[in-house]
Design a protein around this ligand. Structure first.
Ligand code: F6R
Length: 605
C-alpha cells in the first residue's frame, strides 16, 4: 500500500528520501510528500507522480540531516496535495507519516476540535499529529506512546519533531515497519526495498513496538513504556527481490498477503455485536438502497466471477434479486429506478466496465462501485462505493483483489440484509464467518508445499476441467482462468451439474478434472458427478472439506480446506486453485507476473 521512508545521520536527508520513495514506486501511489528538519522544518507535498514532488523540491532549499517521506495510496480522502503526508500539528512542530487506518479517527478528531485543534486534511492520519501535540511535553516518544494508547486500528508510522530534534520515532501495529542502524545512519521503512542498497541488516518491528532512532543509536519500547529487545534479520535481497518481499514473483507475494488483505477489507466495517456492517462509502445513498428491489452487477474477468458469488449471497441473505453482466455484454434498454447498478473493478479503469457505467449514468441509474484503486475512474464516477483496501496488486493475474471483492460483497450483503429481513442472529453468524477468514486463509497457506507437489504431478496435461456448484461454480471458473492465463494450458470452468450435458465427452485419462466438492448442500450431487468422471477413466483432484474421509477413496488426489466457513467458502476454496496455477506456471518456466498478451488494466473496449 503506502510507503514510508525515513533517514537520520550525518548526510543530507533529501536525496535519500527521494531515492527511497522511488524504490517503493512499484507499489502504486497517488501522491507523496516529505519533511526535512534543521532549524526549521521544510515540508513538501504533491499530488500525482513522484516527479511532481521532485520538481517541487528543486525549487526550494531543503537542508537537514533527518527527515521522513511517504508515498500515499489513498484510503480516507482523495489524492490531493493537502491529504498527502506528512501531516503536522497546529504548531508545525510534529510531522507524521502513516500507513494503515485509524478506525476511531472521527471520535478523536471531534474531541481534538473541541480543544481547538485545526485540521487541514480529510485524512484519518492527521489525528495522529494533533493527538501527539496534545501529549507533547518536549519528548516525542512519550507523546507518540501516549497517542498510540488512544487509537484503534492499524498503523506503521514515523514521526519527527522540531522541538525534540535528532530522532525519528517509529511505531507499528498490524502494518509492516523495519528499522536499520549502521555507520551510514539510521533508517526506517515500511518496505525493505527502500533501504536494501544502504543496509542489509534490519529489525522488523513487532505489533506494539515504538522505536526511537537517533542516527547510529536506537532503542525500542512497547506501548507500556518498557524497553524491548529485537533481533536483527540479515537480508540478502537486491532491490527488485525486496520489492517482492523476498518472493520470486509478485503473484506469490500477493497470494501470501491474503490473510492481511482480507482483514484490511473488513477492518473497521464489521459490527459483530449488532450482526451488521458499517460502510461509510455508501452512507450517502443509504435511504435509496432501502428502496431498491433489484441489483445488477457489472464487471469483467475475475471481478465478474466475484460478482457471481455476490449474486448468490445477495439473493440468499439480503433477498434482493440480482443479475450479473459482463461489462462488454451489458445493455440497458430501459432504466428502472428500483434497480441499483454495482460496478466491480480492481483497477477502476477497465474500459468495458467503465462504458457500462457511462450508459447507466446517462440514463440516470443509481451506480455503486466496489473498487480497489482509489481515485480511479470507476471510483470517481459512481454515485457511492466501497473500496477494497486490498493494497496494490502488481501481478497481472488477480488474486488478493478477488478475495477482497468477495469479502466486500459479503459486507454489502450483510448491510442490505440487515436493512431488510435478515435477523440479528443470522447477521452475527455472517459477521463471525467474515472475521474468521484471515486465520483460515493462513491455515490453507501452510499447505503450499502439498499443492505445489500436485502442480508438479499435473503440469504436463494439456487440458483441465474445473467443476463447482452454486457458490463455488464461479470459483471453478476463476480457477480455470488462473491456470489458462499464466500457464497457457487450456482450462474450462463448468457448473458441476452440466458435465453430463456435454463436457463429459471430453473426459479420458489425459483430461484431469478439478472438482470443488465441499461438505455443503450440493456435496451429494458433486460426488455423483465425480463418479461419472471416474467411470470414464478420468483423474479427479478434489477440493474438499477437512474431515471428509469418503472423498479420498474416490478422488485421485485431494486438497482439504478448513470446515469452519460455509457462506464464505469461495474465499477459502479459491486459494489452493491460485497456488496450483502459480506453481504449474513456474514449473513450466512461464513468468506468472507477466503473462503473454495480457495487461493489468484493460483500457480498451
Ligand atoms: C484475471 C484478471 C482479469 C481482470 C479483468 C477486470 O486474473 O485479472 O480478468 O479481473 O481484466 O479487471 P478489473 O477488475 O481491474 O476491472
Amino acid at each position: 500500500m503506502c510507503g514510508i521512508v525515513g533517514y537520520i545521520g550525518k548526510k543530507e536527508a533529501l536525496p535519500f528520501l527521494l531515492e527511497g520513495l522511488k524504490k517503493v514506486e512499484y507499489r502504486g501511489y497517488d501522491s507523496s510528500g516529505l519533511v526535512v528538519l534543521k532549524e526549521k522544518a521544510k515540508c513538501v507535498k504533491a499530488a500525482g507522480k513522484l516527479e511532481k514532488l521532485e520538481e517541487k523540491t528543486k525549487k526550494e532549499t531543503i537542508k537537514g540531516n533527518f527527515g521522513i517521506g511517504h508515498s500515499r495510496w489513498s484510503t480516507h480522502g482523495p489524492p490531493t496535495t493537502k491529504n498527502a503526508h506528512p501531516h503536522s500539528d497546529c504548531k508545525n512542530n510534529i510531522f507524521v507519516v502513516h500507513n494503515g487506518i485509524i478506525e476511531n479517527y472521527k471520535e478523536i478528531k471531534e474531541e481534538l476540535e473541541k480543544k481547538g485543534h485545526n485540521f487541514l486534511s480529510q485524512t484519518d492520519t492527521e489525528v495522529l499529529s494533533h493527538l501527539m501535540e496534545d501529549f507533547f511535553q518536549g519528548n516525542l516518544e512519550e507523546a507518540v506512546i501516549k497517542a498510540l494508547g488512544k487509537v484503534r486500528g492499524t498503523y506503521a508510522l514515523a514521526a519527527v519533531a522540531l522541538q525534540d530534534p535528532g530522532k525519528i520515532v517509529a511505531g507499528r501495529m498490524f502494518s509492516p515497519l523495519a528499522i536499520s542502524v549502521n555507520k551510514e545512519g539510521g533508517f526506517v521503512t515500511s518496505d525493505p526495498a527502500a533501504i536494501v542498497s544502504y543496509s542489509k541488516k534490519m529489525i522488523f518491528l513487532e505489533d506494539g513496538d515504538v522505536a526511537v532512532i537517533k542516527g547510529e543509536d536506537f532503542f525500542i519500547k512497547n506501548l507500556k513504556n518498557k524497553l524491548k529487545e529485537r533481533e536483527e534479520t540479515k537480508i540478502d535481497w537486491d532491490t527488485e527481490e525486496a520489492q517482492k518481499g523476498g518472493e520470486p514473483y509478485f503473484m506469490l507475494k500477493e497470494i501470501k498477503e491474503q490473510p492481511e488483505s482480507v482483514a484490511n477489507s473488513f477492518r473497521g466495517r464489521l459490527i459483530e455485536e449488532e450482526g451488521t456492517a458499517k460502510l461509510g462509502g455508501i452512507e450517502s445513498v443509504e435511504k435509496k438502497l432501502r428502496k431498491i428491489e433489484k441489483i445488477r452487477i457489472i464487471s469483467c474477468g475475475t471481478s465478474y466471477y466475484a460478482g457471481l458469488i455476490g449474486k448468490y449471497m445477495l439473493e440468499d441473505y439480503a433477498g434482493i434479486p440480482t443479475e450479473v453482466d459482463l461489462g462488454s455484454e451489458f445493455y440497458l434498454p430501459k432504466i428502472d429506478k428500483k434497480t441499483a447498478f454495482l460496478f466491480i473493478s480492481q483497477s477502476g479503469e477497465t474500459a468495458d466496465t467503465l462504458s457500462a457505467l457511462k450508459e447507466v449514468k446517462n440514463k440516470g441509474g443509481l451506480s455503486l462501485g466496489i473498487v480497489n484503486a482509489v481515485g480511479s475512474s470507476i471510483a470517481r464516477e459512481t454515485d457511492a462505493g466501497i473500496y477494497n483496501h486490498a493494497g496494490p496488486e502488481i501481478g497481472v493475474a488477480s488474486t488478493k483483489a478477488f478475495t477482497s471483492q468477495v469479502v466486500v460483497l459479503s459486507l454489502l450483503t450483510l448491510f442490505l440484509g440487515r436493512q431488510r429481513d435478515m435477523d440479528i442472529d443470522t447477521g452475527k453468524k455472517f459477521a463471525k464467518e467474515i472475521k474468521s477468514l484471515p486465520f483460515l486463509i493462513g491455515k490453507i497457506l501452510e499447505n503450499m508445499e502439498g499443492v505445489s507437489k500436485l502442480a508438479k504431478k499435473y503440469k504436463s496435461y494439456p487440458n483441465f476441467l474445473y467443476l463447482g456448484r452454486r457458490y463455488n461454480y464461479p470459483v471453478a471458473m476463476e480457477g480455470a482462468l488462473k491456470l489458462k492465463e499464466i500457464s497457457y494450458i487450456h482450462a474450462e470452468g463448468n457448473a458441476g451439474g452440466e458435465i453430463k450435458h456435454g463436457p463429459l465427452a471430453l473426459i479420458d485419462k489425459d483430461f484431469p478434472v478439478f472438482a470443488i466438492c465441499l461438505s455443503d448442500g450440493v456435496y451429494g450431487k458433486m460426488i455423483s458427478g465425480i463418479h461419472e468422471i471416474k467411470a470414464r477413466g478420468g483423474k479427479v483432484i478434489a477440493l474438499a472439506t477437512q474431515g471428509n474421509k469418503e472423498i479420498e477413496k474416490i478422488a485421485s488426489d485431494t486438497i482439504f480446506i478448513p470446515k469452519e466457513v460455509k457462506i464464505l467458502s469461495p474465499v477459502l476454496a479459491v486459494i489452493p486453485l491460485q497456488i496450483f496455477a502459480y506453481y504449474v506456471a513456474v514449473f513450466l518456466k512461464k513468468d506468472p507476473d507477466k503473462p503473454r498478451n495480457l495487461a493489468k488494466s484493460v483500457t480498451v473496449e
